[in-house]
Design a protein around this ligand. Structure first.
Ligand SMILES: Nc1nc(=O)c2c([nH]1)NC[C@@H]1CN(c3ccc(C(=O)N[C@@H](CCC(=O)O)C(=O)O)cc3)C=[N+]21
Length: 296
């Protein structure tokens, strides 16, 4: 079998289009959603990433607010900025770019974000809402991964899903979403015994481990759907000295020979993450005003 490649880049572009249409629709009622991004320090990769988020925010018709703080900003000043953004009526979504520079503790910063503006879905309140099946803001990468899964398996009831990786940002929330969709979910991790055998049970295999190309073809059940959440930069000497390239957590060619559908990395889940950040900002803009969020 040769797998269908799930084009996350194209799906994300379509999603942003639908978000733009919804933003135009509510614009007539004087509502322009706003997303504030907080970047601490000057990591070049983060700056590129924050820049592309700002560009896409404006492209869908939303307001983008960017706050850059020095790497040595006192923790209290960062929390004070979050408090100002919480109180700012023009701001519907707040994203604090992670990881923070050494010396800053992310937990109290995240805890300071108003849960109803928490477009990353990182606060304990939103994690609890997700666990309890209540409406809330869902982390972007899990949300985008689910959209890609549903594009190939609309009805997940009874499907065997295995998620590899138990982070609060990705593994745990994806497991919650799959469970809410009536899949049978196994949450595997670095201590799982005979991981390959556990993964081979999966109709839907989600790799979120952060280890380049760790999930080989022998981890994949024939006909499975494979979602690769990993984005790892590895040396690429074949491209020249000192060059690097991005690879996922899945050994793509091997897995694609066995799976029925698979996301590439890059070009799979990554672009969905940013599109879902915009979707969450649209959702937050509605929920905060007691309006029903549009389905995009
Ligand atoms: N509070 C917070 N929320 C985040 O969601 C968050 C964060 N901090 N810190 C950094 C990570 C990283 N992240 C990515 C999202 C999309 C791509 C993406 O679109 N990647 C492209 C490739 C980009 C390239 O070529 O460099 C792709 O996969 O096709 C990458 C990385 C979100 N993050």
């Amino acid at each position: 079998m040769t797998a269908t490649i799930i084009d996350g880049k194209a799906f994300a572009a379509g999603l942003r289009q639908r978000i733009a249409t919804a933003v135009t629709g509510i614009g007539g009622r004087g509502l322009v959603p706003g997303l504030a991004v907080v970047l601490v320090g000057s990591d070049p990769a983060s700056e590129v990433y924050v820049g592309s988020k700002a560009k896409m925010t404006v492209e869908v018709g939303m307001r983008s607010f960017k706050h850059v703080l020095p790497a040595d900003v006192p923790q209290a000043d960062l929390i004070a900025l979050v408090a100002r953004l919480n109180a700012d009526p023009e701001v519907d979504g707040i994203l604090v770019q992670l990881p923070l520079p050494a010396g800053l503790d992310p937990d109290p910063v995240i805890a300071a974000i108003d849960p109803d503006k928490d477009v990353d879905g990182l606060t304990n309140t939103n994690a609890g809402r997700l666990a309890n099946g209540r409406p809330g803001l869902v982390p972007c990468t899990p949300l985008g991964s689910m959209m890609l899964i549903r594009s190939v398996i609309p009805d997940l009831a009874g499907a065997e899903a295995v998620v590899v990786g138990r982070s609060n940002l990705v593994g745990k929330p994806i497991a919650q979403l799959l469970l809410a969709a009536n899949a049978t979910v196994t949450l595997a991790h670095s201590r799982t015994r005979d991981l390959a055998a556990v993964c081979r049970r999966a109709d839907i295999l989600v790799a979120a481990v952060g280890r380049p190309q760790m999930i080989g073809g022998d981890y994949v059940k024939p006909g499975a759907v494979v979602i690769d959440v990993g984005i790892n930069r590895i040396p690429a000497p074949e491209r020249g000295e000192g060059k690097t390239r991005l690879v996922g957590d899945v050994a793509f060619d091997e897995a694609a020979a066995v799976a029925s559908a698979i996301t590439p990395a890059p070009g799979g889940v990554g672009p969905m993450t940013i599109a879902c950040l915009l979707a969450n900002t649209l959702t937050a803009a509605h929920l905060r005003r007691g309006l029903e969020p549009p389905v995009v």
